[in-house]
Design a binder for this molecule. Structure first.
Ligand code: F0G
Length: 430
């Protein structure tokens, strides 16, 4: 291990510190852990120049949009790095979706363009690299789908055994297909994601399997690269807002942690406000935030955005800490709002899975409420690919989601016609 910036683990609750040489996900007090660095000898300008010099690298680990920022990800010997050149995702002008939300300067960072179709690849390259550093031969996760697809892929790349715990019958088909295709040992449990999350922690402790859920502090380090890359794409000009969906709450914790580090190093001088958007039926952080009450898990979380159907998110403390630092906000959106926003993201030609579209639905809601001003610059993060959940798309456009109280407000129904020129003319004239 060659770490040029002194790096260690620190408990989020009691600040106890641990060396990196031991495998740890929790503190002795039960709190979750952060990767911390001593920046006293780090020059932010030099670091930024180094990252700029790596932009556009054609091969090697710096062609990855995560390992480009290696010094603040995991400064480890290259031989351990397991990468699929993840990251390097596009930052789109939101097009029609900008009109829908009512913001002129609205961009969408499409993390669904990662190798396995979600932002999870950024954390997974780092999590599986850590697994290799610790000589693990098997990795495990609980998942609503995307983490498992990503883990199975990265494990296959480096010859580790992936063990997956998913809630029975509640996972989008595109994601289940990937887990199976990449060779994951896939265990569907009778229970929801929160049950699976509890079980996988016991399993990993008992069976010596390396846990790569976002409770793993190295996963969070990799995911910080979403924010780094947005800023690099914007020539280090900081937007007013970054809007992101929240489920297990690892991703927004990573975003604010990374931004805080850039700020501490003087690489950015302005702090963007971060808005975390949850689905109304799975919104423990939003409830806590709005009611100013202690954290309380949601017992039976529910939403069509199955990726974030989570009632007891493991990273809520980290999430809150980051939001307080950046003067952030938390909001929740209805099923209808999610699917209508998705219709606009999709019709813009960009496309994303339902959970991703919380960013857009949430931005609209915050603009309508006057929290985000129309003249402010906003980056919405799209977390997963449109192909992950075809059932939700078809259900909406055929207007067949009535049982979930979702109307196909902006539906684009397929039309059944006779195979004649006349019938085609009639269909096109509508
Ligand atoms: N969007 C998508 C597409 C996701 O898959 C997830 C989480 C999130 C948003 C929320 O991110 O959990 O860091 O707050 N999916 C996890 C999984 C839970 O198992 O794939 P978060």
């Amino acid at each position: 291990m060659s770490l040029s910036i002194p790096t260690y683990l620190e408990c989020v609750s009691c600040a106890k510190q641990y060396d990196l040489k031991d495998i740890r996900y929790n503190c002795e007090c039960g709190g979750i852990l952060d990767v911390k660095r001593d920046f006293s000898n780090v020059n932010g300008e030099e670091l930024k120049a180094l990252w700029e010099s790596r932009w556009g690298a054609k091969s090697g680990i710096y062609s990855s949009g995560v390992w480009r920022y290696k010094e603040l990800i995991l400064d480890i010997d290259e031989k351990f790095v397991v990468t699929r050149q993840e990251g390097n995702t596009r930052l789109y002008d939101a097009g029609k979706a900008a009109d829908y939300v009512g913001v002129n300067n609205f961009m969408l960072k499409h993390e669904g363009e990662n190798p396995t179709g979600s932002f999870k690849d950024r954390g997974m390259t780092c999590g599986v690299t850590a697994a290799k550093m610790y000589n693990a031969t098997s990795v495990a996760c609980a998942s609503t789908g995307n983490t498992s697809a990503s883990m199975a892929s990265y494990a296959a790349v480096c010859g580790m055994k992936p063990v997956i715990f998913i809630p029975e019958g509640k996972i989008a088909y595109g994601k289940l297909a990937q887990a199976l295709a990449f060779g994951g040992v896939t265990l569907q449990i009778a229970g929801n994601f929160d049950d699976a999350m509890e079980l996988v922690q016991d399993v990993c402790n008992e069976l010596n399997i390396y846990l790569v859920n976002s409770i793993n502090p190295f996963r969070i380090e990799g995911q910080k690269a979403i924010g780094f890359e947005i800023l690099q794409q914007l020539e280090w000009n900081v937007p007013d807002w970054i809007v992101i969906p929240g489920g297990n709450l690892g991703n927004n914790s990573a975003l604010t942690k990374g931004l805080q580090e850039l700020h501490e190093l003087g690489i950015i001088n302005k702090i963007p406000r971060v808005a975390v958007i949850q689905a109304e039926g799975s919104a423990p952080l939003s409830k806590m935030w709005k009611n100013k009450t202690p954290f309380e898990a949601v017992k039976d979380p529910d939403t069509i955005a199955t990726a974030i159907k989570i009632g007891n998110p493991v990273s809520w403390e980290k999430s809150l800490r980051g939001l307080e630092w950046c003067n952030g906000v938390v909001e929740d959106v209805t099923e209808q709002e999610i699917m209508d926003a998705k219709a606009w993201v999709d019709a813009s030609g960009i496309g994303a899975e339902p959970a991703s579209c919380c960013s857009v639905a949430g931005t609209k809601k915050l603009v309508d409420a006057g929290v985000i001003k129309p003249e402010e610059s906003v980056v919405g993060i799209l977390t997963g690919n449109v192909l992950k959940d075809p059932d939700a798309v078809i259900g909406y456009h055929k207007d067949e989601l009535g049982h979930m109280n979702i109307k196909g407000t902006y539906s684009n129904k397929p039309q059944l016609i006779e195979a004649t020129l006349e019938a085609v003319k009639k269909a096109l004239s509508k």
